[in-house]
Design a protein around this ligand. Structure first.
Ligand SMILES: Cc1cc2nc3c(=O)[nH]c(=O)nc-3n(C[C@H](O)[C@H](O)[C@H](O)COP(=O)(O)OP(=O)(O)OC[C@H]3O[C@@H](n4cnc5c(N)ncnc54)[C@H](O)[C@@H]3O)c2cc1C
Length: 415
């Protein structure tokens, strides 16, 4: 794909960004009959789709729990928007209309293309948009948008401006800037007086400089984890991964925004608490009280990876080789605390560099929930990650991009 300036300088709908949301918007704007131009700064767009799900693209969840989305805007507005395109219909769109069969991963319930190739998702959407007449203007950086005589002027670096009836901002957030998303859409919105809530890195790994836990790099297990400060709390039950630099895995990513926001706001009170197994407190109390059971390490090792069992003993300041009858009351209490509500030390986070999404963004109160049109600026639409909504790992963020992209495409074409 090359840089192709439009032959005709008057498309009806211009979409800024050929990411997940922009491509979906293009499909639906073009299907509705609007002359549609996608303006994309990178060579071909869709870079996040290509790297998503480890190159497999977790395209959707198999079930949606709306309460798992995070926003500072109204949860009611969020739910109304989600109702705009039910999950079943989205699945049917990909399988029947894009001819992209999906497969459900048994363990997680996540949906992937049966081909296991993220490229098929990006290429399928782009091919459908093009088949309906949409054009891609690649390697074109939009530098500004402004209302002009009832239309919209779109300024492009080193190229003439374009005047359109409707403009859709699908520029994504600030995460993983090397994919092309640098927050320019957020800047456009602010400049136009649209309310933008503070942005923050979300679904990002947490850093910790603790030799005891850093040495466990590579160990993964299912946990229940909570991140909490005086203002916010998030809990997840999923896989946890020790890394050389700290902690990652879906469970950690899903709660990381609480730590990020506390740090962004200059607070140091955010805590990370882990329950390592599903075994209830009474059962652990019983097991640690069983005088026949051997050493502390051998009891923990039955339920936990061996090296983690040893590290947790040390974290509780209990020598792993001590036998159960040797334990004093205080040591037993410290072990229970570490097993059931282990406070993990952490020092920082990986930030936008690797964050899977950006939290914050354009407030949902600014847009019409059916069409994604700005309430202040007729003809201006927003979709995808530029809006103040993100979801947990599991296909929720593409779901948001698909729902809002489709609504914006249809809405913009109708103008
Ligand atoms: C490593 C990784 C893995 C992920 N895996 C998954 C997954 O498996 N499942 C899931 O649901 N979500 C996943 N996500 C999140 C998901 O990719 C995003 O939520 C989604 O791509 C957001 O789509 P978007 O179209 O709003 O923004 P983006 O995908 O960021 O697209 C924005 C587009 O706009 C272009 N652009 C920006 N500014 C301009 C400008 N000024 N002029 C022209 N073009 C511009 C950019 O180049 C880019 O192509 C993952 C994210 C990452 C980083």
């Amino acid at each position: 794909m090359v840089n192709l300036p439009p032959e005709d300088n008057t498309p009806r709908v211009a979409i800024i960004g050929a990411g997940a949301a922009g491509l979906m918007a293009a499909v639906f704007a073009a299907r509705a009959g609007a002359e549609t131009l996608i303006i994309e700064r990178t060579v071909e767009g869709g870079r996040k789709v290509l790297i998503s799900g480890g190159g497999r693209c977790n395209i959707l969840p198999s079930d949606v729990d709306a309460s798992r989305f995070v926003t500072d805007a109204s949860k009611n507005s969020l739910k109304k928007i989600l109702l705009g395109w039910p999950l079943k219909e989205q699945i049917s769109f990909f399988e029947k209309e894009l001819q992209l069969p999906l497969e459900r991963e048994a363990e997680t319930g996540k949906l992937f293309p049966a081909s296991q190739r993220a490229r098929d998702v990006r290429d399928g959407l782009l091919a459908e948009a093009r088949a309906r007449g949409a054009k891609l203007y690649a390697q074109a950086l939009v530098t500004g948008i402004a209302p002009k005589d009832g239309k919209w002027a779109v300024d492009i670096a080193d190229a003439p401006s374009i005047v359109v009836d409707a403009v859709i901002v699908a520029t994504g957030g600030l995460s993983v800037p090397k994919t092309g998303s640098d927050g320019s859409g957020i800047a456009f919105a602010r400049k136009l007086g649209v309310l933008v809530n503070p942005t923050y890195a979300a679904l990002t790994p947490v850093l910790a400089e603790t030799p005891l836990f850093n040495a466990l790099a590579g160990i993964t297990l299912r946990v229940r984890i909570t991140a909490r400060d005086g203002e916010r709390e998030a809990t997840a039950e999923d896989a946890f991964l020790f890394t050389h630099r700290g902690y990652s895995g879906p469970a950690v990513l899903d709660v990381s925004h609480v730590l990020v926001r506390a740090r962004d706001e200059g607070r140091r009170d955010a805590r990370l608490l882990v329950r390592w197994t599903e075994i209830p407190e009474e059962e652990w109390t019983r097991r640690l009280g069983n005088a026949q059971a051997g050493t502390v390490h051998s009891v923990l090792r039955r339920e936990l990876p061996e090296r983690l069992a040893e590290a947790l003993c040390r974290h509780a300041a209990v020598e792993p080789s001590r036998t159960l009858p040797q334990l004093c009351k205080d040591e037993r209490r410290r072990l229970l605390d570490v097993l059931l509500r282990c406070e993990l030390p952490w020092s920082a986070h990986e930030g936008y560099r690797v964050a899977e999404v950006t939290g914050g963004g354009v407030d949902l109160a600014e847009i019409d929930h059916k069409t994604m049109e700005s309430r202040k600026h007729p003809g201006l639409f927003f979709c995808g990650e530029v809006l103040d909504v993100f979801g947990p790992i599991g296909g929720y963020n593409f779901l948001w991009a698909w729902v809002t992209g489709r609504a914006a495409g249809v809405g913009a074409a109708r103008r």
